[in-house]
Design a protein around this ligand. Structure first.
Ligand code: MN
Length: 252
């Protein structure tokens, strides 16, 4: 298991650029969703807010009893919405960035003006991470099968061993952050990020993301992150994760 807590922006060597381009292309499934959430107008006026909060792909209560409706309502309608609003506010201060795909902004943060870089990192990351997270969940869960199941068995030993390693990583996030299954250098790996940092910042493609901010579970589970994580496996949308993986491999 690889567990890095602090993705760093590596110097832009040619090799890194190539992997970055591959990574960005590989993130096309996420990218197309994020782009799909943008205003439909092809050439938005500079005053237009380019990013929008897409509705949840299921009802607020659809993940009950694993995640309660009130948590989903607040998490999507307040937290995620806030990231979108604040991302757009940051881009208003750097209009030259408007129209740039979100995953590209995050993968190339060093190209973002310093005056808005932290805002793009935090709120752009928040928008991208939550956009992925909602899709990684589905009412009742959908099972892992096929080539991704084989790949996970190959890398981690078994599905149970993967879940154990993922849970250990997620439990190890101090404070607010995320646990991830990523594709990095062509390999599946588990990693974590603090705050709203995304694996895209480290040239990795996020396949499965699990939010371990307290806002994701506190109303129902209070401080019991382990119980939230144990229950969350019941609502994971593995076919979606598998599609992310396939898209990333094609793009790599
Ligand atoms: Mn969250």
């Amino acid at each position: 298991m690889r567990a890095s807590t602090e993705p760093r922006i590596a110097p832009l060597t040619r090799r890194h650029l190539l992997s970055l381009v591959g990574g960005v292309a590989a993130a096309s499934a996420l990218g197309s969703f994020v782009r799909g959430a943008r205003a439909a107008t092809p050439t938005p006026s500079p005053a237009a807010a380019p990013f929008e909060l897409a509705p949840l792909p299921y009802a607020f209560d659809a993940l009950e009893p694993v995640i309660d409706a009130e948590t989903m309502r607040l998490h999507h309608g307040k937290h995620h919405a806030g990231y979108v609003t604040n991302l757009n506010a940051a881009l208003d201060k750097a209009p030259e960035l408007k129209g740039r795909p979100l995953e590209k902004l995050l993968a190339e943060l060093s190209a973002v003006p310093e005056s808005v870089r932290t805002a793009v990192r935090n709120h752009g990351g928040g928008h991208a991470n939550h956009t992925l997270f909602w899709q990684c969940l589905t009412p009742g869960g959908a099972p892992l099968a096929g080539p991704l199941a084989e790949a996970i068995n190959g890398v981690f030993g078994s599905f149970d061993a993967f879940k154990e390693a993922f849970t250990r990583a997620a439990m190890g996030v101090f404070g607010s952050g995320w646990a991830w299954l990523v594709l990095t250098q062509g390999t599946l790996a588990i990693t974590t990020t603090p705050n709203q940092d995304t694996p895209l910042m480290a040239g990795q493609v996020p396949l499965l993301g699990v939010d371990v901010w307290e806002h994701a579970y506190y109303l129902k589970y209070q401080n019991r992150r382990a119980e939230y994580l144990a229950n969350l496996w019941r609502v994971i949308n593995w076919p979606f994760v598998a599609r992310q993986w396939q898209a990333a491999r094609v793009g790599a």
